[in-house]
Design a protein around this ligand. Structure first.
Ligand code: AMP
Length: 207
């Protein structure tokens, strides 16, 4: 299956993506993760994208499209993939249409209040694990023991900017995919497992 996860920052795309990978075994392509890994490794791309990300701005389309296009050409994507955080603009969606055809776009809908609380309380581990201070109080990762950190863009100013950017540049994708008959919107619940049941009921129809 070839799917896209759409939703505002903090809607829970990454969390649902992990569950989808476990259940369906498709490759998870996260542009945010790809950029963060480039920053950690100190690559040329990492140096370029850092300032955009820190400010909560989108990385320019050309760079983002190039990274995703290359990844989609890899062998493991032949039978399916899940894009998380891409596309985030109409030009990115158009580039994706040229590269492949999708089976569904899952739009995770969450209120702004909830998103704000989620992002300000989010704690990350370099192994990819994500926690929230309301349910996890340790400073170390339960999976690998490393110290947790707060993403630079999970601070107040970048969060505001990211939500603004989402409304202006990413939200138009909802009607873009609606018109194509691909959009499946689910209202996210507080319980991760309840949201996943909704996601699963859509994905099971695609198998
Ligand atoms: P995420 O981990 O998906 O929240 O992405 C973190 C940051 O990476 C975003 O705030 C953007 O700066 C950048 N980013 C991720 N995906 C994209 C994309 N598709 N287009 C442009 N910038 C992106």
């Amino acid at each position: 299956m070839k799917i896209v996860l759409l939703g505002a920052p903090g809607a829970g795309k990454g969390t649902q993506a992990d569950l989808i990978v476990k259940e369906y075994g498709i490759p998870h392509i996260s542009t945010g993760e790809a950029f963060r890994s480039n920053i950690t490794k100190g690559t040329e791309i990492g140096l370029f994208v850092k300032s955009y990300m820190e400010k909560g701005l989108l990385v320019p389309d050309e760079v983002t499209i190039e990274i995703v296009s290359m990844r989609l050409k890899e062998d493991d994507c032949k039978n399916g993939f899940m894009l998380d955080g891409f596309p985030r603009s109409i030009p990115q969606a158009q580039a994706l249409d040229k590269a492949t055809s999708l089976d569904a776009v899952i739009n995770i809908d969450v209120s702004y209040d909830v998103i704000y609380k989620r992002l300000t309380g989010r704690r990350n581990c370099s192994c990819g694990a994500i926690y929230h201070v309301s349910t996890y109080t340790s400073n170390n990762c339960a999976k690998c023991g490393k110290e947790l950190f707060i993403r630079d863009d999970d601070k107040e100013e970048p969060i505001k900017k990211r939500l603004e950017v989402y409304e202006k540049i990413t939200q138009p994708l909802i009607s873009y995919y609606e018109k194509k008959g691909l959009l499946k919107t689910i209202v996210s619940s507080d319980a991760i497992s309840d949201t996943f049941l909704k996601v699963k009921s859509i994905l099971d129809t695609l198998i």
